[in-house]
Each structure stands twice: as structure tokens, then as C-alpha cells.
Design a protein around this ligand. Sequence first.
Ligand code: KG4
Ligand code: ZN
Length: 334
Amino acid sequence: MPFYILAIESSCDETSAAVICDGKVISNSIATQIEHAKYGGVIPELASRAHQTNLIHVVKLALSEVCVSENQLSAIAFTQGPGLIGSLMVGCTFAKSFAMALSIPLIAVNHMHAHVLSHFIDDPKPEFPFLCLIVSGGHTQIVLVKQFDNMIVVGQTSDDAAGEAFDKIAKLLGFEYPGGPQIDKHATYGNENRFKFPEPKVEGLNFSFSGLKTAVINFLNHETKNESDFISKNVNDIAASVQLRINSILISKLKKAAKEYGIHQIAIAGGVAANKGLRKLLLQQASENQWKIFIPEFQYCTDNAAMIAMAAWYKFLKNDFCSLDTSADARLPF
Ligand code: KG4
Ligand code: ZN
């Protein structure tokens, strides 16, 4: 009899449910919350309410799409953290109640581990050890992955995350939240070498993006003083130049990490991994440094329950279940 696990993701602004059968993700349904766009960022209270509204529907869809009934489930998995506490609580409470009603085990998943394990959803899969750059709206981390359950952060941001830098700069350019994809789109038509933004000097494998944001603010203030429609006239070139700088910061630290650990298998994960410029730079590096690179399918880059299901599967194999008094943890450590 096959083992089916239902997984729930609700850490930020995507409500998602997925079903995994014997280690293979067979369904992944996602409801993206659009209510935050006009506020320029995710509003936590709105996010938890939207999760409450969407969750049952998304779960029903994930199960019905593959004709799996709740009685066939062997476990329920959920994102324990890190993330927005109200949002996490919706998924956590639902998962606990469902597991209790069905008398089946509960699996708590770390959202960041799941981003790394999104590389095991489809082929080709990396071999251990590999390096994974997680670039999302809340995190920028280089992770040394030794095993499914053995990974350590070797570098991280000391201030803004890469996605946050994209979003904050996008806001200055007049784009709605999330602005990362808008910068990506406009950058396609722009000259990335037109404007030069500074590269921060940060020790070791760590990152910093807040200086870049300040540099862009100062630059735009200066230029719009002389020419009020400077942004609209040059938006593609600004987007391309900002994107190049964010990505070059990421790639330069990744190169350093690869050298330091002598690892040639490089993976990227998280929402910013969808960025076309980052993918292009990574491909260049792959051919220059004989890297084998792993980039997840677009739907598995941004937050999704398929990656939670994948991470849950490895815990299921080890009987690594949690009790019903497990709670959501907004600052769950890596
Ligand atoms: O992993 P994710 O879906 O959620 C978090 O856990 O944060 O990442 C969302 C982030 C946002 O900052 C969004 O602007 C960024 O990923 N993002 C992009 C692109 N697509 C999403 N940034 C740059 N280019 C993209 N194509
Ligand atoms: Zn994420």
C-alpha cells in the first residue's frame, strides 16, 4: 500500500497544499494572496485571514486532483517556521486538528530546510555534499548540505534579504509588491551596465544589501532633482543595473563558498531563484568553474507545499513525528 502525506505551507503570503506518494510529489495547489499588492508589502493580519479563507479549498484541491481521500493519508505535515506567526498558526492548527481527527502522525517542517530539499522534487537531483543559495523575501543564506537532515548555514545576510532588496528598490521605481518579478521583467529591456551601484565590502561568506538600497535612494533623489521624470524615462536601465548588482553580490559569495569548501555542485532556491539575470549569471559561472548547477522549476522556487511535502517525506522515513502540542515558531532556527 502506498504512503500518502498531505503537506501544508502557510508561512507568508502563499497558501499551499501538496500530496506526496512514496517520495514523489503528485499534486501541489497554491493560492497566492493578491491583497497585499496595494500596501507595498505583506500585511501579517491580512495574510492570516487569507490563509484561513483559502486553506480548506487548497487542501481539497490538492487531494481531489489526484483522487486521494483523507482516509488514505499516512501523515500530515506543516510548516512550523520561520515565517509570520499568525500565518504559521493557521497552517499548524489546521494540520494538528486534521491529524488528530484522522489519528495519523504529524510532521513539523522547517521552511528553510524545505527550500533546500525542493531540489529533490524532480530530476536531476544534487549529490551530497552540495551548496545551496537560498534567496527569498526573508532570507539570504548559503547552506552547506551534507545530508537530507544535516545542513549548516555558512553565510547569511546581516541586514536585508536579496528579495527584500529587490522589493524595496522596486517600490522606489513605482512597482507594486512583490517588485522582484517587475524588476526582472524591465531588466530584460535595459542596459545593465548603464548605472554602476556599489558592491558592499562584507567579511567572509556573509551579505549586506541595505547599503545598496541607500545608494539607489540617493542616486534617484539626485537624478530626479535635475529631471523629474528620470525614473520613468530610464526605468529599464535602472532595473537592469540594480538587478546586475544584487546578482553579482550573490554570485561572488557563492564563488567564494565553492572555493572554500571545494564543492562544484551548486543549487539555488527561494523566490529570487526565479530571476532570469541570476540564472544567466549562474550558467556563465557553471561553464567557467565546471560547476554542476541545480535550479528548481519556477513553481518550486517561490513558497509552495511541494517542498514541505518533500522535506516531510525524509522525516516520515525516519519516523520523525511531532506531538500535538508542537507550536508554530516565527523564528524557528535553521
Ligand atoms: O521564497 P519566496 O516566495 O517567499 C519568501 O519566503 O520570502 O520569495 C519571495 C521573494 C520576493 O521578494 C519576490 O520579489 C522575489 O522572491 N522574487 C523575485 C522574482 N520572483 C520572485 N525577485 C527577483 N526576480 C524574480 N523573478
Ligand atoms: Zn520561502
